[in-house]
Design a protein around this ligand. Structure first.
Ligand code: MTE
Length: 317
């Protein structure tokens, strides 16, 4: 499908981002560790009254460190991609319509027994931890964020997939009355993403429930989203309501829209340009620091092995 209109996140970041956002020197938090939990400003986390508040801040996992400062919470919370609520970066207001409670997640497809589970029950069956991850958007900006969550691997174990399951498919909720973007029928809603089983059970794949030491606010994908830090950010599907174990590779939202530019694998690689711009470097959100992009966003040691034998695939778009 050809995209007739120009999408917000499909232009070079120099055009898409106001200078004040990129070059806000106040945004530095200083050192990458230790300044994280609870750093969010009160207005950005919809934490009050949240029934999971007692679980935050979760213990930080020291295995995940950064080579750059943590992005200021307020910046990360006000510069989002969430097409269900609009194509601009400013979706905080529109995303207030999202009601993350009650929230049910269906687990189905090739599993021992399909089931539904309430988010507040699920979160108490798993172990939460905080991880500092780099996050690289395909638009060539990046941030560094303390996510709270649990491994996708632990969710796969709860789901008990059958041996024939080869992929995990994730779907965002579907409700155009809540999310006006979903009334725009040229998009292949609901937002869908997928991983191979090997990717899904890699330690890095995180099911995220919180950010900056608090439950995750709506605009970041409440109450449950995926984070795969070695892939471009569009793989990190928000507000997940359905997880299916399937034999066939799922067709993702962006493949449905523009397969020539956004593929299934979407692994970060500075040497493979987007058809319309380079991926060689990235602009750190909130700073003048432009850095060379790292293969697999710097996580090659943990994930490069997943792609042995798949060299014929378009692994990096
Ligand atoms: N998930 C849904 N459901 N809808 C979206 O529009 N945008 C993706 C991803 N997940 C998106 C989504 C893109 S393009 C990016 S870069 C990240 O979310 C942005 O995450 P953030 O807003 O929390 O920084």
């Amino acid at each position: 499908m050809l995209i007739k209109r120009r999408l917000g996140w499909e232009m070079p970041e120099s055009q898409a981002t106001p200078e004040s956002v990129f070059f806000n020197r106040r945004s530095f938090l200083g050192a990458a560790t230790g300044l994280v939990a609870g750093a969010a400003l009160p207005q950005i986390a919809a934490a009050e009254g949240d029934p999971t508040l007692d679980l935050y801040p979760a213990k930080q996992n020291p295995a995940y460190t950064l080579d750059r400062p943590v992005t200021e919470a307020e910046l990360a919370a006000n510069y989002n991609n969430f097409y269900e609520f609009g194509t601009s970066k400013d979706v905080v207001g529109a995303a207030k319509r999202l009601q993350p409670r009650p929230w049910t997640i269906s687990i189905d497809g090739m599993v021992e027994k399909p089931f539904e589970i309430g988010f507040d029950d699920l979160i108490r069956k798993v172990t939460l931890e905080e991880r500092l991850y780099r996050f690289r958007c395909v638009e060539a900006w990046s941030m560094a964020v303390p996510w709270t969550g649990f491994t996708l691997k632990s969710l796969v174990e709860l789901a008990k997939p059958q041996s024939g399951a080869k992929y995990v498919k994730f779907e965002t909720f579907m409700n155009p009355r809540v999310a006006p973007g979903q009334s725009q029928r040229w998009y292949p809603w609901p937002y869908t993403e997928g991983l191979t089983m090997a990717e899904a059970t890699n330690d890095l794949a995180l099911m995220v429930t919180g950010i900056y030491g608090k439950p995750i606010p709506n605009q970041h994908g409440a109450p449950l989203r995926l984070i795969t830090p070695w892939k471009y950010g569009f793989k990190s599907v928000k507000s997940i309501s359905k997880i299916s174990f399937v034999a066939e590779r799922p067709k993702t939202f962006w493949e449905g829209l523009q397969a020539s530019e956004y593929g299934f694998w979407a692994n970060v690689n500075p040497e493979v340009a987007h058809p319309r711009w380079s991926q060689a470097s990235e602009q750190l959100l909130g700073s003048r620091d432009r850095r060379p992009t790292l293969l697999f966003n710097g996580y090659a040691e943990q994930v490069a092995g997943l792609y042995k034998g798949l060299e014929g695939e378009k692994l990096y778009m």
